[in-house]
Design a protein around this ligand. Structure first.
Ligand SMILES: Cc1ncc(COP(=O)(O)O)c(C=O)c1O
Length: 359
């Protein structure tokens, strides 16, 4: 029991959900005597192939590693241009540069925070590859990104389990990459995976992972996932739809409590949507900071989802004036607690702060 003068616990912004069945799955691996990449990794990959009703899945040590290998397997060679959204994650720059390719940064849409298709040809004029991020779970417009001689990789690190019109996100690009980092939809602590439909691509992906014991030597990183991580992620994968439903339920509660003047990322209540984060858009930076302060007073830890300095055009010292939407989102957005550890009381607390918030 909590002492009367003790402060109530802060509602965490994010927390992985580890159930007894997840512990049992990890324990089974630990007891098996095989903890490196082995049968549990294969099982996780089979689950992904089943989820996509075909194709091949290959697990890696992180989402960054998965993106790096996907780019390489699709032929991204030194000097090749790769379009990336500014409002995303530095992992994209890391993966592109590790292949020797060159990023071309594109601004995003104000409504869903995903790549602005209209700007791709202008801001990434020579791009042969496009990394399309389904930002916070919002579906990027993959159909509209199918330019001639251009390869699209779906970055699904934030949207596993999401779909549009029944079609799972990740199934329309040349490859899809996933992350099992601790804040993602399902987690192994760390981890990543490439899924693709074409055998010749998946053969190259698998070949890269085989860093040791090959007859022909080629320099490669060891980017393997362990069976311990895979067992944890695969156990959680079994309840993916329940995870999606609970996140949607929390999202609907937040949406209905939004006061006038605040809005949410587009499509949060769409059927099939996986809410990795519920991001509120304030009219300006001062209003965002006021909301964050009210949430903190109410006991809820809210975060700026992408800080200004994290915008990819800023990392590359490009002209900020060319990225007005990303700049504005960095200044005006706030991410509310969104995870399976939230109780009904936690959700009610966040909703109450929202309802009382006045601009
Ligand atoms: C959109 C996006 N792409 C790639 C990554 C990289 O994943 P990881 O952290 O597993 O390397 C992340 C995770 O931070 C991400 O959010």
């Amino acid at each position: 029991m909590r002492a009367a003068d003790e402060r109530p616990e802060v509602i965490p912004h994010n927390r992985p959900q580890i159930l007894d069945c997840d512990r049992a799955a990890v324990e089974a691996v630990l007891s098996s005597g095989w903890i490196a990449q082995g049968p549990a990794v294969r099982n996780l990959e089979d689950r992904f192939a089943g989820y996509f009703a075909g194709g091949d899945a290959c697990a890696f040590s992180s989402g960054t590693a998965a993106l790096f290998v996907a780019l390489k397997a699709l032929g991204a060679a030194p000097g090749a241009a790769v379009a990336v959204p500014s409002y995303s994650c530095s992992a994209l720059l890391n993966a592109v540069y590790m292949t020797g390719a060159v990023p071309q940064v594109v601004d995003v849409r104000a409504d869903n925070f995903c790549l602005d298709v209209q700007l791709v040809r202008r801001q990434a004029p020579t791009a042969r590859y496009i990394v399309a991020v389904h930002m916070f779970g919002a579906p990027a417009d993959i159909g509209a990104l199918q330019f001639p001689n251009t390869v699209v990789i779906e970055d699904c690190c934030q949207c596993l389990g999401g779909s549009v019109a029944g079609v799972p996100l990740g199934s329309r690009g040349a490859a899809a990459v996933f992350s099992f980092y601790a804040t993602k939809i399902i987690t192994g602590g760390q981890g990543g995976l490439v899924w693709c439909g074409a055998d010749e691509v998946s053969d190259r992906v698998r070949s890269y992972r085989q860093f040791d014991g090959c007859e022909q030597y080629e320099p490669r990183f060891n980017l393997q996932m362990t069976d311990i991580q895979a067992a944890l992620a695969a156990s959680q994968m079994q309840r993916l739809e329940a995870i999606r439903e609970r996140r949607s339920e929390i999202g609907r509660a937040y949406l209905s409590a939004l006061p006038e003047g605040l809005s949410a990322q587009a499509g949060v209540a769409e059927p099939g949507r996986m809410l990795q984060r519920f991001v509120v858009v304030a009219p300006d930076a001062a209003a965002r900071e006021a909301l964050r302060a009210r949430m903190a007073e109410g006991g809820a830890d809210c975060r700026v989802p992408v800080e200004r300095f994290e915008l990819l055009h800023r990392y590359l010292r490009l002209d900020s004036a060319s990225y007005p939407v990303a700049e504005r989102l960095a200044d005006t957005t706030l991410s509310l607690p969104m995870h399976l550890g939230l109780s009904e009381a936690d959700v009610a607390t966040v909703c109450e702060v929202l309802r009382r918030f006045r601009l």
